[in-house]
Design a protein. Structure first.
Length: 331
């Protein structure tokens, strides 16, 4: 299979800075209906359009903006728990620290210390429905759940100053079946920063494009998706995509990335295996097709889809971790 362009649909990842998209952490519970899940093939995202939702009918902006959402427009998260677990319970009296021991990673969130319906301290909610839920988890009893909407954003944002010029990241995610019968570009993890030559932009490091109901080459199987590296500056988006070799399956998967500004390099792994088709190794000072900032101001976790795909996706994310060294999928 060859590279395919993100055609016609825009994928702007900058939500408006309205109160409806930046709710405090005490928002409503997330409910779940089925959101279908299949996708996969290759794509070089180099559209002449910017990424915007194809409809203003759902929660999210009707116009594009490349400025980051202003956290000052909402209250700081008021969840009642921290980002690490310290439950006692071993016979030796040692605490069971869970997947986020204090100080182990630059940024870590297991969602286990946050009440259902809230978001963890230090994070700001953008879009709805999104919040901590107890109906699915990898470690502990809680995860972050994104309920279905036809288009746009359900994410939480965190300051990313601690990440420096390069880092490793890891999330676990699953997507409920069935998934929408639509061509749709969806982002799970993005980083916000200033590109070396392109200015303020969103760099999407865990990103997918799902084929439409007719499938690749009209084979009638519309349940495949691809992974891609995708960048949305204030102008045409660009990126690098894999083949459509994956399907959403209502199971947990481990997604990892490594991104580095000084060497303009990026790698992506799924369930421990590198997806070489979307690796980037441009080298210092070579920015074309990568445009990796030397620093990021925000990390954005959750789900945003840029084309209408009713009734929407239902998904869960757990065990978010970012650090200077590879974290892996074993913890």
């Amino acid at each position: 299979m060859t590279a395919v362009v993100l055609g016609g649909a825009s994928c702007t990842a900058q939500p408006a800075t309205s109160a409806t998209n930046t709710e405090a952490s005490t928002g409503s519970d997330v409910t779940s209906s089925g959101g279908s899940t299949d996708a996969g093939t290759t794509s070089t995202a180099s559209s002449a359009t910017t990424d915007e939702p194809t409809s203003g009918t759902s929660s999210g902006p009707g116009t594009s903006s490349t400025e980051p959402a202003t956290a000052g427009t909402t209250a700081e998260p008021t969840g009642t728990a921290g980002t690490s677990t310290t439950d006692p319970g071993t016979s030796t009296g040692e605490p069971e620290l869970g997947p986020c021991p204090p100080g182990k990673y630059l940024l870590c969130e297991s969602f286990d210390d946050t009440e259902v319906g809230a978001i963890p301290p230090g994070w700001v909610r953008h879009g709805d429905p999104i919040g901590v839920a107890d109906d699915a988890a990898v470690s502990g009893d809680h995860s972050l759940k994104m309920g279905p909407i036809p288009v746009w954003e359900r994410r939480i944002y965190h300051d990313a100053a601690a990440l420096g010029s390069g880092h490793w990241g890891r999330i676990r995610y699953k997507v409920a079946l069935p998934v929408p019968d639509a061509f749709v570009h969806s982002t799970l993890v993005a980083l916000y920063g200033k590109g070396p030559t392109t200015g303020d932009q969103e760099v999407r490091v865990v990103d997918t494009v799902k084929e439409d109901v007719d499938g690749w080459n009209n084979d009638g199987d519309g349940n495949h998706f691809q992974y891609l590296y995708n960048v949305q500056p204030n102008g045409p988006e660009f990126g690098k995509g894999s083949d459509y070799d994956w399907k959403f399956d209502d199971e947990w998967h481990c997604a990892e990335w490594h991104i580095d500004g000084p060497t303009q390099s990026y790698d992506f792994y799924i369930d421990g295996a590198i997806v070489e088709q979307i690796s980037i190794a441009n080298g210092p000072g070579n920015y074309a097709g990568s445009e990796i900032p030397d620093a990021f101001s925000e990390v954005r976790i959750g789900w945003v889809n840029y084309q209408e795909s009713p009734p929407g996706f239902t998904a869960w994310i757990d065990d978010v971790a970012l650090d200077d060294e590879r974290i892996g999928c074993q913890d």
